[in-house]
Design a protein around this ligand. Structure first.
Ligand SMILES: Cc1ncc(COP(=O)(O)O)c(C=O)c1O
Length: 409
């Protein structure tokens, strides 16, 4: 399903949004995390896949590969850790933010507790950052988070609280625990009266956009390398973090933005239809665990409301097919470890290019240059192996062979 956003406009980045998310602040977050041991010291790869571009009958197809961002396996390593540093700085304005994740203030933070709900990746990022900062971390998991994801979070020393309900109920439980025990919620989704930390999380994601701008040498206020950028949505934070940066940088010449969600967790599409942050209409549960969110983040929605041109939904089996396509690679396309939630952009693009009328609606044609963000690698390795039909290690080996053969650095 594809809808055009009736409120999409092509304007300069509004001053009231710049006061919330800005390139300047994104630069700061990037700097603070640049020496953290859980973040790769170099930009994540921006792969061009010419064979896939040809198959999709477009001029260029690129993948910004966030599976290489961090041993944590996803772009979420940029969000919670940046927000934790900012929060600690609010409490202790005298500290050096660069020293927080190096553990320099562990003594002062040992009685500080942070808590969050997660469907996996955000919690892992928060747990790792809390461990390195020296504070205590509690993670609330809903019924559908796998044991494998739970173990990965617990490995960073976080205390796990399991609830019987869904993701939205785990968000409420984290808020309840925080107010009962005096803990600090570090959530990637906003709600009434709680916006500062989710803003800081989204600001952390700006690093991805900053690298794209550098890797494609886009000058300010000009059309960049891409005509279309496909962004997957859970609560909308990742899309908002990237869109805000590219919108501020490129202004009216920004690319077309298409937001993609699982059909069962379509809260962002529903928000576009209703003209305000809305709930999903489906069961919410999806193989795309990171996108299985039933409620839009109201703060993220402020950025998406007039900037997203189209909203698309995809089926779980389309995501699985897309995982296999990227895992396989080809003569000219490097194989990529792309997880269930990472491939949503490609899954939607394949659907749109397979239908002339949908392509026309989305303005996709043989001249289009399309970017997707592979937001995760094999964050749940056994699920990945089962769905992709091969292991992440095997793909990485083929990736190395490809790079040697093609002299890719
Ligand atoms: C791998 C992955 N991609 C995308 C998203 C979506 O991010 P957001 O919920 O900020 O829209 C998530 C969220 O958990 C995720 O884990």
């Amino acid at each position: 399903m594809l809808i055009a956003n009736p409120r999409a406009a092509r304007t300069l980045y509004p001053a009231e949004l710049r006061a919330i998310l800005s390139i300047d602040k994104a630069r700061q977050s990037r700097q603070w995390l640049s020496h953290w041991r859980e973040i790769a010291p170099v930009a994540t790869p921006l792969h061009d896949l010419p064979d896939l571009a040809e198959a999709l009958q477009i001029a260029r197809f690129s993948v910004k590969d966030e599976s290489a961002r961090s041993p944590l396996g996803s772009f979420k390593a940029l969000g919670a850790p940046a927000a934790l540093v900012r929060q600690i700085l609010r409490l202790h304005p005298d500290i050096d933010p660069q020293g927080v994740l190096a553990g320099r203030y562990a003594d002062r933070l040992k009685n500080y507790t942070v808590v969050s709900a997660t469907d996996g990746n955000h919690g892992r990022g928060l747990a790792a950052a809390a461990r390195d900062a020296g504070c205590y971390c509690v993670i609330v998991l809903h019924a559908n988070v796998s044991q494998e994801r739970e173990k990965a979070i617990a490995a960073y020393g976080a205390q796990i609280v399991r609830i019987a309900g869904n993701y939205d109920e785990s968000v409420q439980e984290a808020a309840r625990l925080a107010s009962a025990h005096g803990w600090q919620v570090v959530s990637d989704t906003s709600y009434e009266g709680y916006e500062d930390i989710p803003r800081d999380v989204m600001q952390g994601y700006g690093t991805i956009a900053a690298e794209i701008v550098e890797q494609t040498a886009v000058q300010p206020d000009t059309a960049g390398a891409y005509t279309h950028v496909m962004l997957q949505g859970g609560v909308g934070g990742m899309a908002a973090g990237l869109i805000s940066y590219l919108w501020e940088h490129q202004g009216v010449n920004r690319p077309r933005f298409i937001v993609v969600e699982p059909v069962q967790a379509d809260c962002l599409m529903q928000s576009a239809i209703q003209g305000r942050p809305a709930r999903a209409t489906g069961s919410v549960d999806s193989v795309m665990a990171g996108l299985a969110c039933g409620e839009t983040s109201p703060l993220a929605w402020r950025f998406l409301d007039t900037s997203v041109d189209h909203f698309a939904t995809i089926e779980d089996n389309e995501a699985i097919d897309a995982m296999r396509v990227l895992a396989r690679g080809s003569e000219q396309d490097i194989p990529i470890v792309a997880g269930e939630s990472g491939v949503a952009g490609l899954a939607a693009l394949r659907r749109l290019r397979g239908d002339a009328s949908l392509s026309a609606q989305a303005g996709l044609d043989a001249q289009s240059r399309v970017l997707i963000i592979n937001t995760e690698g094999a964050t749940a390795p056994s699920v990945f192996r089962q769905l992709a039909g091969t292991s992440a290690d095997e793909i990485l080996q083929r990736q190395q062979q490809f790079s040697r053969k093609n002299h890719v650095r």
